[in-house]
Design a binder for this molecule. Structure first.
Ligand code: FAD
Length: 356
């Protein structure tokens, strides 16, 4: 029987795996994907998260790639308005690079992510947890950590409500693209008087930009799905730089506003962490960062439990610490999101309106 089975190899699951492996616990990580992704997704590491990652020995490779000097270049109706340096705003780096560094560290500690292994069911008793995978394999563990993202199977099979609200229509299309000829010195942010906008952020250690934009509408007002062609039309409308052709979209996605949290994050020997426990607007860049902090807290709780200090109090510590934080992050990011959406109607204001 393994000590802790971690479901999901995003930043939350991998940070937790490193924490536990370093404390000497037996860890397995199962991942539904068949291979790692290369999507920029969460691209900002706050200093407190970098501290956690330093604790597990991955800060060095990340600071070698990431950038601590981001300058926002704001345009309104196609005209350059101003540039805002953002010193001390953490480390700009793609989520896949963070995951890669954590995976390498974990491999150095003797743990390999088990790809193509999808959790399907959980049963538990006083002695441990029995996890059933989609292929019928059964894994026994003393504890299980569901770090399996916003659509968490762990949360669903435990029947834990995910309370809050969500929008049907995407608020944003996003992806990774190349934009040959566009300066990589700036995080470009275009907004227009008619509403909507586009952001292109140069991702360190790559030749790509992370694109975020208001979705394109068809002639009936319906939203078009993300595609390179649609990204180009949006770019032409917002940036008005006819010489620049976007290319090589390696990631295409649409993002919906969801403000939800699990009503509890512990059920016996099973825990929820990261997006599995809470999802919220990306303004302020708190999603991945909150997951990394969850992982640090759950690592402390499980290390104490595995050291023999079991019993309700030890296991309750995680939920007592992190559930109030999740509630505050939900309220805080919803406020930040509203603030950014209102502020960018003023020329010269960009995503910095979502930061304190
Ligand atoms: C455009 C964009 C920008 C963002 N910017 C930021 C930012 O600047 N800062 C920030 O902090 N956050 C940001 N986020 C949010 C961030 O990406 C998420 O909060 C983060 O990925 C959550 O990490 P996680 O490990 O909890 O979950 P995930 O990254 O979703 O990982 C969950 C993993 O579990 C696996 N899985 C799912 N179901 C199963 C199953 N049944 N069995 C096994 N494995 C399973 C999945 O394949 C996945 O690999 C951004 C997101 C987007 C889309």
């Amino acid at each position: 029987m393994t000590d802790v089975l971690i479901v999901g190899s995003g930043p939350t699951g991998l940070t937790l795996a490193c924490e536990l492996a370093l404390s000497g616990a037996g860890v397995r990580v199962v991942e539904g994907r068949t291979a790692p992704h290369r999507e920029s997704r969460g691209k900002g590491l706050w200093p407190s998260s970098l501290e956690v990652l330093e604790g597990v020995g991955v800060a060095e490779p990340l600071t070698a790639i990431g950038s601590g000097e981001v300058v926002l270049r704001k345009y309104f109706d196609g005209a350059h308005v101003n540039d805002t340096p953002m010193p001390g705003s953490g480390l700009l780096i793609g989520q896949w690079q963070i995951e890669e560094a954590l995976r390498d560290r974990l491999a150095g500690l003797g743990v390999q992510v088990e790809y193509g292994s999808r959790l399907a069911g959980i049963t538990q008793d006083a002695a441990g947890v029995r996890a059933e995978l989609a292929d019928g394999t059964v894994i026994g563990a003393r504890y299980l950590a569901g770090c399996d993202g916003g659509h968490s199977t762990t949360r669903k099979v435990l029947g834990i409500p995910f309370e809050g609200s969500g929008e049907e229509e995407p608020a944003m299309v996003t992806g990774d693209v190349r934009a040959p000829g566009l300066s990589r010195e700036f995080w470009h942010q275009w907004f227009t008087s008619e509403g909507g906008g586009m952001l292109l952020c140069p991702m360190p250690g790559t030749d790509t930009f992370q694109l975020q934009a208001s979705p394109e509408q068809d002639e009936h007002g319906g939203l078009l799905p993300p595609s390179l062609e649609s990204f180009q039309r949006l770019f032409d409308r917002h940036a008005r730089m006819p010489g620049i052709r976007l290319a090589d979209a390696t990631w295409l996605s649409a993002w919906r506003v969801n403000v939800r949290m699990a009503t509890r994050i512990r059920e016996g020997r099973v825990f929820l962490a990261g997006d599995a426990a809470h999802v919220h607007p990306i303004a302020g860049g708190l999603g991945m960062n909150t997951g990394i902090q969850d992982a640090a807290a759950l690592g402390r709780t499980l290390t104490a439990a595995l050291a023999g200090q079991a019993g309700g109090d030890v296991l309750d510590a995680y939920e007592a610490e992190r559930l109030p934080v999740a509630a505050e992050v939900l309220a805080d990011t919803a406020r930040r999101y509203e603030r950014v959406m209102a502020a960018v109607r003023t020329p010269g204001v960009g995503t910095e309106a979502g930061l304190d």
